[in-house]
Design a protein around this ligand. Structure first.
Ligand SMILES: *[C@@H]1O[C@H](CO)[C@@H](O)[C@H](O)[C@H]1NC(C)=O
Ligand SMILES: *[C@@H]1O[C@H](CO)[C@@H](O)[C@H](O)[C@H]1NC(C)=O
Ligand SMILES: *[C@@H]1O[C@H](CO)[C@@H](O)[C@H](O)[C@H]1NC(C)=O
Ligand SMILES: *[C@@H]1O[C@H](CO)[C@@H](O)[C@H](O)[C@H]1NC(C)=O
Length: 493
C-alpha cells in the first residue's frame, strides 16, 4: 500500500519539474549531523523497498521539540512546565520528582502535545497515581510530507533519549522507571529513544505507524529490544483492501489485536468508505488523509481511546493468546492458564513474562471495554432456531440477548460454543434463562421438532476464568417461544 501513496505523490505532488528534481536529489544517500544527537543517514537500512522515499531528518531547530511536564501539583496545560535536557535549571526548578515513575506520551503525524487525547491520557494517569507525566510535543516536525515526518522521528527519539539520560544522571531516577506511550509515529519515536537507553522500563506502542515502517529493519522501527517490556496495540492494520495506518505484524513482546486489529467497531468499513469520506483533491497532498482523523483514521485513533480508558477502568480489557484470529473467533482460546491471558492497555503486566499475539473484542462506543462470557450448549435433537440468554448474577442481570445472529441448523451431536459480551459485569452468576425461538423457514424447519431438548449448559466467565454449570439441564425441554430458568449448580443440586 505504501506504493499506492508513492504513486500518488509522483502523479500529484510532482507536477512541477523543480519539485521532482528536489525530490530526487533529496533522496540520494547522504547524512546530516546534529551535534551531540549524532549523525543521521538516509541510506540502508533506512532506504529499502519498504521505504522507497528516504530523506534525512530536519534539524532540531526546525522540529522544535518541547518536553512538557505535568504532575499532580501542575496537572493542566495552564500549569505545565518545560524541561530542557541542556538546561539543568529547567529540571531542578521543575516539579519533576525522581522518586516517582515517569510516563511519557508521544503523539504522531499531524498531532501536537495539546491534543485533547493527550490531555485526557495525562489526566487519567494523574488520577491513577502521582507520576511525572512528560508530553513530547514535536508538532512542527509532524507535518507534511509524510516521508519527512517519518525521518524527523529519529531526531525526536534522540532528543527524548537525551532528556531521559539527563534525568537519570541529574534527578536521581533510573531507566526502569520510564514508560513511553507513543501513538502512530510516536511509537517509533519511543523505539528510537529506547535504542539509546540501557534497560528502558517499558514502551506501549499504540497502533504504530505502518507506512515506511512495516517489515523494515529493527533499527528503523519499534521492536522488543527497545525496552524491557514492549506492548503494542494494533487497531488499524492495513490489508490489501483496507488502507490501514497501523502495523499488521507483531512489533513487541506482546501484541494486542482488539476486534482482529484491522477495523474497530463503530468505524468505517474499508478503504472505499474511508476514501468516500474525503475528496480526491485531499489525496493529492500525499497522506493528508491522515489529518482528517476522526472520519478517516477512526480505527487508528481508537488505540489511544482504549489505552486511556484502561488506565482507571474497573473493566480489565482481558485479552487471550491465540495462534490465529480465526481460532479465537471459534471460541478456542478464551482460557486463562499461566500467561495465556493478559490485560490490554495500561495494565498489561510486564512481570508475567507475556509473549505473543492476544485477541479481544470491544464495544463500538465509549466505554469500550467488555466482559466476555462463553456458553457451551449441547442438545439432544437437531434444531433450527435462535437461542436467547439472560444471565443473572450477584451484581447485575444481562440480556435477554440472542446467542446467534442467524438461525442455522444445529445438529444435536455438536456442542455449540457461543461467545457473549457485555459492558456489565454480572458478578457471580446465579441464574441462566434460555429462550428458544424456532425459525419457521418453509420446508426446512418442518423437518425439526417444535421444542428443543437440552442436554447440558456450561458458562465460562472468561475474564475470571471460572466455569459454572446449572441444575436440571439434563433432558430439559424448552418449548418453542418459551423460556426456562436454571440455577447455578451449588450445594443444593
Ligand atoms: C476527552 O475527555 C472528555 C471528557 O471525558 C471526553 O468527552 C472527550 O471525548 C475525550 N476526548 C478525547 C479525544 O479523548
Ligand atoms: C466450550 O467449547 C469449546 C469449543 O469446543 C471448548 O474449547 C471449551 O473448552 C468449552 N468450554 C467449556 C467451559 O466447557
Ligand atoms: C460488583 O459491583 C461492585 C460495585 O460496582 C464492585 O465493586 C464489585 O467488584 C463487583 N463484584 C463483582 C464480583 O464483580
Ligand atoms: C412455558 O414453560 C413453563 C415451564 O416449563 C410452563 O409452565 C408454561 O406453561 C409454558 N408456557 C407456554 C406458553 O408454553
Amino acid at each position: 500500500m505504501t506504493w499506492i501513496y508513492v504513486l500518488f505523490c509522483v502523479l500529484f505532488c510532482g507536477s512541477t519539474t523543480g519539485f521532482l528534481l528536489d525530490t530526487i536529489t533529496g533522496h540520494l544517500p547522504h547524512q546530516v549531523c546534529y551535534g551531540d544527537l549524532g549523525c543521521f543517514s538516509n541510506g540502508i537500512p533506512f532506504l529499502s523497498t519498504h521505504r522507497p522515499l528516504s530523506v534525512v531528518p530536519a534539524s532540531p531547530d526546525t522540529i522544535g521539540t518541547r518536553f512538557l511536564l505535568y504532575t499532580r501539583a501542575t496537572p493542566t496545560i495552564t500549569s505545565e512546565e518545560q524541561l530542557d535536557p541542556k538546561n539543568d535549571l529547567s529540571i531542578s526548578r521543575s516539579h519533576f520528582d525522581g522518586q516517582l515513575a515517569t510516563k511519557i506520551i508521544v503523539h504522531g503525524f499531524t498531532h501536537d502535545g495539546h491534543k485533547m487525547w493527550v490531555q485526557n491520557m495525562t489526566r487519567e494517569l494523574l488520577v491513577l497515581d502521582a507520576f511525572n507525566v512528560i508530553v513530547v510535543d514535536w508538532h512542527a516536525g509532524a507535518v507534511l510530507p509524510y516521508e519527512q515526518a517519518t525521518a524527523n522521528t529519529r531526531v525526536v527519539g534522540a532528543q527524548l533519549a537525551q532528556l531521559i539520560n539527563t534525568l537519570i544522571a541529574r534527578a536521581g531516577t533510573s531507566a526502569g522507571k520510564f514508560h513511553i506511550i507513543g501513538h502512530s509515529l510516536g511509537a517509533h519515536i519511543a523505539g528510537y529513544a529506547g535504542e539509546r537507553i540501557t534497560h528502558l522500563g517499558r514502551i506501549s506502542g499504540l497502533d504504530p505507524a505502518s507506512p515506511y515502517f512495516e517489515d523494515t529493519d529493527i533499527k528503523v522501527r519499534l521492536d522488543p529490544s527497545d525496552a524491557d517490556f514492549v506492548d503494542v496495540m494494533h487497531t488499524d492494520a492495513g490489508g490489501v483492501k483496507n488502507i490501514g495506518f497501523g502495523a499488521t505484524h507483531p512489533l513487541g513482546h506482546v501484541d494486542f489485536y482488539p476486534n482482529g486489529g484491522e477495523r474497530q467497531p463503530g468505524c468505517a468499513a474499508d478503504a472505499v468508505d474511508k476514501l468516500g469520506a474525503t475528496s480526491w483533491a485531499a489525496l493529492s497532498t500525499f497522506f493528508n488523509v491522515y489529518a482528517a482523523e476522526e472520519a478517516l483514521a477512526c480505527s487508528h485513533e481508537r488505540s489511544y481511546y482504549y489505552f486511556t480508558e484502561s488506565i482507571n477502568s474497573q473493566c480489565p480489557f482481558t485479552a487471550w493468546k491465540c495462534a490465529t484470529l480465526g481460532e479465537f473467533d471459534q471460541g478456542h482460546c478464551v482460557k486463562c492458564t499461566d500467561d495465556s491471558c493478559a490485560r490490554m492497555g495500561y495494565h498489561a503486566d510486564p512481570s508475567k513474562g507475556l509473549r505473543g499475539n492476544f485477541y479481544l473484542n470491544t464495544e463500538s462506543t465509549d466505554s469500550f471495554c467488555q466482559y466476555t462470557y462463553q456458553v457451551n450448549i449441547s442438545s439432544l435433537n437437531n434444531f433450527d432456531g435462535i437461542l436467547y440468554m439472560t444471565l443473572e448474577g450477584t451484581n447485575a442481570t444481562i440480556g435477554p440477548t440472542a446467542l446467534m445472529k442467524n438461525n442455522l441448523v444445529h445438529l444435536g451431536k455438536d456442542t455449540l460454543a457461543l461467545r457473549y459480551h457485555s459492558r456489565v459485569n454480572v458478578g457471580s452468576p446465579t441464574h441462566l434463562t434460555l429462550r428458544y425461538e424456532k425459525i419457521t423457514t418453509p420446508f426446512i424447519s418442518s423437518s425439526y421438532p417444535d421444542d428443543w431438548h437440552l442436554l447440558g449448559v456450561t458458562l465460562w466467565q472468561a475474564d475470571e476464568s471460572r466455569k459454572y454449570s446449572f441444575c436440571n439441564t439434563y433432558h430439559a425441554e424448552i418449548d418453542n417461544h418459551n423460556s426456562t430458568t436454571f440455577s447455578v449448580r451449588g450445594v443444593t443440586c
